[in-house]
Design a protein around this ligand. Structure first.
Ligand SMILES: Nc1ncnc2c1ncn2[C@@H]1O[C@H](COP(=O)(O)OP(=O)(O)OP(=O)(O)O)[C@@H](O)[C@H]1O
Length: 237
């Protein structure tokens, strides 16, 4: 398995944001779901070496994210929730900057490939700040896949996109999942049904479900993921 998580925990001050979660993920798209504040982004930040865990371990392609952080990061592409980008850079400039960080051989060829792959061709001469939200997301994805990582961690990559842009980005994520391990956080159940092979639902920092999409629907005797989500995470009920 490309991602192995064992009893991972994060405590912020008095609050346990992630509470001893364990899971593993191989090739395919894993939907990482949960209500606001459930601990999804925190888990993703620990997996991508942005935040140290309070306890527990996580490894990416066999590299411990804490003890072998550089090697682990070499195998990870990360699109954070708010997609921070250098808005004053031209698209190619931004990608060249990231290629330099990863010491990519023949960056011009790889940048051209990734621009094509992420559907940025028509916009490639613009500055990042001039792009629409969907195209900014594509630049974020392009940066994340530039070094051809085995594992992609995508934190709400489709939030705020129009239906046309959604289709394009979802298709891209589905294609990436054919050869890579993709962990995708989203609040859109329809999106999970369209592109995820497996689903983890996290609630109050703990795993409430971990199954294939079909297994989960069968186990709950419904064809609505939304119903299962509400049942497992409606903390007011
Ligand atoms: N830097 C921080 N310091 C203190 N508390 C934090 C910090 N980051 C997150 N938290 C808290 O940890 C909990 C989990 O937050 P997290 O962002 O991981 O949730 P999430 O599942 O990604 O939510 P959302 O769906 O709203 O993005 C929340 O209660 C949040 O307020």
């Amino acid at each position: 398995m490309n991602v192995e998580v064992k009893e991972l925990t994060k405590v912020y001050g008095q609050q346990k944001a992630v509470d001893q979660i364990s899971f593993s993920a191989g090739t395919g798209v894993l939907g990482f779901l949960g209500p606001n504040g459930a601990g999804k982004s925190t888990t993703m930040k620990m997996l991508t070496c942005f935040l140290p865990a309070t306890s527990g371990t996580a490894s990416v392609c066999g590299f411990d994210v804490e003890k072998q952080s550089l090697q682990a990061r070499g195998q990870i592409g990360y699109l954070p929730e708010n997609n921070p980008l250098y808005l004053d850079m031209y698209i190619k400039e931004a990608l060249a900057f990231v290629a330099g960080i990863h010491k990519i051989a023949d960056p011009a060829t790889r940048i051209a490939e990734v621009i094509e792959l992420t559907g940025l061709t028509a916009e490639q001469h613009k500055k990042v700040g001039q792009l629409s939200k969907g195209y900014k997301q594509r630049v974020g994805l392009a940066q994340a896949i530039l070094h051809d990582p085995q594992v992609l961690i995508l934190d709400e990559p489709t939030s705020g996109l129009d239906p046309n842009q959604l289709i394009g980005i979802r298709q891209l994520i589905r294609d990436l999942g054919k050869t890579k391990t993709v962990i995708l956080s989203t609040h859109i159940m329809q999106e999970v049904e369209a592109i995820c092979d497996r689903v983890i639902i996290i609630n109050k920092g703990k795993i409430a479900a971990d199954d294939t999409l079909t297994g989960l629907l069968e186990a709950h005797g419904t064809n609505s993921l939304e119903t299962i989500f509400v049942k497992l995470t409606n903390n007011a009920a």
